[in-house]
Design a protein around this ligand. Structure first.
Ligand SMILES: *Cc1c(COP(=O)(O)O)cnc(C)c1O
Length: 231
């Protein structure tokens, strides 16, 4: 029997709360982002009815389409996928958060294209914490200059950092990857920034991420089930 989305969401909330407790942190210090990419509007409505408000999407067209279909619901939309410069306008007009800033040009375009009247767009810089094992994200070496430049853009609000460590069965390595993102954030804050968000952890590594200080976990499969890319 497959679990309902409401049940899966409740179980995921419990999982997050238990991980926070284990880490000695209040459960409300970790935000649950429901990653709804590839899943239909009906799945989002079901999660919304069960109290979920923040949803994550990876593909610009899918984000724009779903945001229009669900415009009557006060959903907080997070764009978490790779972002090309020819797609920034749609994201600037639709999203409340972008997690995947890895170069200044994209951030500059988002700031310039954020429609007047909307609050500044919350952004995170995606950092490559896995060295050569991963290609996406800015390098830790490039991070300080990028972070200070992004923080100075008028229509963006730099809130923190995001990472997607390389898949590994090695728990210690995984925790070290998450710990390195937290330490990079601490260094930026010591240098004058005021970053409050660490977007790290997905369905399979919620516990390790929360133990290392995650304030936002991005969870798809555990809430909505397996994604079907053949449809
Ligand atoms: C798809 C995706 C997720 C969700 O992954 P699950 O393993 O399904 O929880 C989280 N973050 C990013 C950036 C994603 O692309």
């Amino acid at each position: 029997m497959t679990q309902s989305i409401a049940d899966a969401l409740a179980a995921t909330r419990q999982h997050v709360a238990a991980a926070a407790q284990l880490a000695g942190r209040p459960p409300d210090t970790v935000t649950l982002l429901a990653v709804s990419k590839t899943h239909p509007d009906s799945a989002i409505r079901e999660a919304y009815a069960a109290g979920q408000r923040a949803f994550g999407e990876n593909y610009v067209q899918e984000l724009v389409h779903k945001a229009a279909q669900l415009a009557a619901l006060p959903i907080e939309w997070h764009f978490i996928g790779p972002l090309q410069s020819n797609k920034t306008r749609d994201v600037a007009a639709t999203a409340h958060w972008v997690h995947s800033i890895e170069r200044l040009k994209i951030a500059e375009r988002l700031s310039a294209q954020r429609p007047p009247g909307l609050p500044p767009l919350n952004v995170l810089i995606q950092v490559n914490v896995s060295g050569e094992a991963s290609k996406s994200g800015c390098t830790p070496q490039d991070l300080p200059a990028l972070a200070h430049a992004v923080a100075a853009l008028p229509q963006l609000r730099l809130r923190g950092l995001m990472c997607i460590p390389e898949p590994t069965p090695d728990r210690a390595l995984l925790r070290a990857r998450f710990a390195s993102l937290r330490s990079l954030q601490a260094q930026l804050n010591a240098a004058g920034l005021a970053l409050d968000t660490l977007s790290m952890g997905m369905s399979a590594d919620i516990d390790a991420a929360i133990l290392e200080g995650s304030t936002l976990v991005r969870v798809g499969t555990a809430i909505f089930g397996q994604r079907d890319y053949t449809r």
